[in-house]
Design a protein around this ligand. Structure first.
Ligand code: HEC
Ligand code: HEC
Length: 214
């Protein structure tokens, strides 16, 4: 009887440990939203975080959790104002931002390949991602985002396997000033120096790279 009681106590401890609670909280918000009015993330990003290419809803699966938490915080400021995400992020507490970011970081990266883009477009995109365009002061994307754009820590997000439509949209948001949350303005200048053709090419190329969980 004593042994049985001990194991019940242990089960309760495990079930309510801070880590279990945080991941349960993350899952609940992703599936159901919260009582402060945040919509369920799964409606747009999917329960597995894969997003929707056509709608421009980004993949979140496997992104660095601290990067995502920073983005959620930035959506509550003018630095990354977005009509869809700003009200949702504003309705999340810091603990909830942490919980949903942890949840999405743990989901497996999507394995679906985008519809193939034209070969010459992909080649031009590869050239820019690997070598940059120094005639126009554009450094290689891989120099910051890591080899094959797998991402580096919390500051340089993975771009491999991200939807092309979303990548294009972000580069255009930096050009227009709608997004200005990049540390030391590392992205603004680059986005402004890219031509529209280069944006299309590099987005298509990055979307075709294989994403990996770090
Ligand atoms: C109605 C659709 C919708 C819902 C619901 C939604 N999102 Fe989003 N999310 C978007 C869109 C659109 C963007 C891209 C915004 C932009 O262009 O800056 C985005 C972007 C993001 C980003 C930035 C990703 C990056 O790579 O920088 C994060 C993080 C995020 N959402 C988390 C969440 C979380 C967490 C929830 C649930 C609490 C949620 N979203 C609910 C549509 C949605
Ligand atoms: C000098 C470093 C640097 C280089 C080079 C660089 N980036 Fe970035 N990039 C960043 C940083 C830092 C961020 C994260 C900004 C933030 O915190 O919101 C970022 C974010 C992005 C995002 C947003 C991702 C998301 O999930 O929302 C896209 C898209 C992007 N970069 C595309 C590119 C492309 C395409 C190239 C090459 C043409 C490139 N970057 C080269 C530093 C760099």
């Amino acid at each position: 009887m004593l042994i049985q009681n001990k194991s019940i106590v242990l089960m309760i401890l495990v079930a309510f440990s801070p880590i279990t609670l945080a991941s349960e909280l993350g899952k609940t918000i992703v599936m159901q939203g919260n009582s402060s009015g945040a919509m369920a993330c799964s409606i747009c990003h999917g329960a597995n975080g894969a997003g929707q290419a056509q709608a421009g809803f980004p993949n979140l699966a496997g992104l660095d959790p601290a990067y995502m938490q920073k983005q959620l915080q930035d959506f509550t400021t003018a630095q990354r104002h977005n009509p869809i995400m700003t009200p949702i992020a504003t309705a999340l507490s810091t603990d909830e931002m942490n919980a949903v970011s942890t949840y999405f970081a743990q989901q497996s990266t999507p394995t679906m390949k985008p519809t193939t883009a034209d070969d010459s477009l992909l080649k031009a995109g590869q050239q820019l991602a690997q070598n940059g365009n120094w005639a126009n002061d554009v450094p290689a994307c891989f120099s910051c985002h890591g080899a094959q754009a797998k991402g580096v820590g919390m500051y340089f997000p993975a771009l491999a396997g991200q939807h092309a439509s979303y990548i294009e949209q972000q580069l255009n948001s930096w050009r227009s000033g709608q997004r200005s949350n990049d540390p030391n303005q590392l992205m603004v200048g680059i986005a402004q120096r890219l031509s529209e053709t280069e944006i299309k090419a590099v987005s298509a190329y990055l979307a075709n790279l294989t994403a990996t969980n770090n």
